[in-house]
Design a protein around this ligand. Sequence first.
Ligand code: RB5
Length: 145
Amino acid sequence: MKIAIASDHGGLEYKNKIKKHLVTKGYDIIDEGTNSNESCDYPDYAKKVGSLVVSGQVERGILVCGTGIGMSIAANKIKGIRAALCSDTFSAHATREHNDSNILCLGQRVIGESLALDIVDTWLNAEFQGGRHQNRIDKISELEK
Ligand code: RB5
């Protein structure tokens, strides 16, 4: 699976750790930055990853900032993006099964590193259930028009 990942300065450490973790597991990772601790603007990185997801160049995206909130707000402005901010594995599983989320957002200042990696693994391994959930996704798509 091809995955795009990015962060702002507030999520840089986890972005790099998640990237390393996923490369070890054999995922094909596109790193869209940031690559320094210098202060930067999270919407720029949400846009980079969101664009790769909606264009089909990658299957999924992962965005990390201090809280995960700014990244999720920004990414969800992009048509076709369903970004889920998760701080627990139950939500990570449920948002794939029910919402078919295509971007996972994480807050480096909110959760521990091991939990972040568990959430990533859970989210990547859970499958969308379709059925009644597809009707709801269709209604979200209607809202974008
Ligand atoms: C950066 O200081 C911080 O505002 C950002 O990483 C994020 O938490 C925004 O939602």
